[in-house]
Design a binder for this molecule. Structure first.
Ligand code: NAD
Length: 256
């Protein structure tokens, strides 16, 4: 089996990825706040470093794949630190361990929200890998009552990071595919309270229309992630694969 690091493995999509991989005989090293092999808080640089160190110790410094699922939809700075810096810092720290594997791959989770409401200044600070500025800007956006813009911002910044980073010597040049999935509405603890009321469901369906099969179970996203980090994927890189029941096709039309 391969050694696969799955962040956010305690819940939702990450838990589904971890379960499916284990059933196939892979060794999963889960990273999350609780109930996993490596307990770490990815919102802060120290937590990311501790997580990477613990992973390297457990794996002997060779990691076959990383699937970064940890995330939050809180309308606060945490959404920027976990969803963007928590992902890029950890992948940066684990890239040398990926480079030692035979068929290394990585995948992250963006969102349909990346094409919706965002804040340009926050996204720019993320692109410049300036966490302090991004956090200060996010705190201001949140204090001004626009915290709902932060989730899409974190996911747009992440999608752009994938497009840029996949081409660099450390990734394409080292034979490592790097991709993202962009889910629509997935039925997990993250969306539980939203989908619990008629009003919430209507709000979700207006923002994210899913003509194909409606709200997705976590497995729908997990299977795509697993293919992207599997040995069969030799030439797909830099893609943001919308696993969204047709929401992107609905919202952006045929010229996207
Ligand atoms: P979830 O809440 O079920 O799982 C998220 C996991 O991330 C949890 O186990 C949580 O403990 C972990 N996490 C949060 N903050 C962390 C931190 N600071 N350090 C370490 N771990 C942390 O949510 P989910 O729906 O499975 O979401 C998985 C990913 O998919 C997220 O990145 C989310 O943004 C993305 N996503 C979800 C949906 C959806 O509709 N559910 C849609 C688009 C994208």
């Amino acid at each position: 089996g391969r050694k696969v690091v799955v962040t956010g493995a305690a819940s939702g999509i990450g838990s589904s990825v971890a379960g499916l991989l284990r059933r196939r005989g892979d060794e999963v090293i889960g990273v999350d706040l609780h109930d996993v092999e490596v307990v770490a808080d990815l919102s802060a640089p120290e937590g990311r470093r501790a997580a990477a160190d613990a992973v390297l110790r457990r794996t002997g410094g060779v990691v076959d794949a990383v699937v970064a699922c940890a995330g939050t939809a809180a309308p606060t700075e945490a959404t920027i630190t976990v969803n963007y810096f928590g992902v890029v810092d950890l992948l940066d720290a684990l890239r040398p361990a990926l480079a030692r594997a035979d068929l290394p791959r990585a995948a992250v989770i963006s969102s349909i929200a990346s094409i919706q409401v965002t804040d340009a200044a926050v996204v720019a600070a993320c692109a410049e890998w300036d966490e302090e500025r991004a956090v200060a800007l996010a705190a201001k956006v949140s204090a001004d009552g626009h915290g709902y813009r932060l989730y899409g911002s974190s996911k747009l910044a992440l999608a752009r990071w994938v497009r840029r980073t996949c081409l660099t010597p450390g990734w394409a040049g080292t034979g490592i595919p790097l991709n993202a999935v962009a889910p629509g509405v997935v039925v997990t603890p993250m969306t539980e309270s939203l989908l619990a009321t008629e009003e919430g469901r209507e709000l979700a369906d207006r923002a994210v229309p899913m003509p194909l099969n409606g709200h997705a179970p976590p497995e729908a996203v997990a299977h795509t992630l697993i293919w992207l980090v599997g040995p069969e994927n030799t030439h797909v890189t830099g893609q943001v694969v919308f696993v969204d029941g047709g929401a992107d096709a609905t919202l952006r039309g045929e010229d996207a």
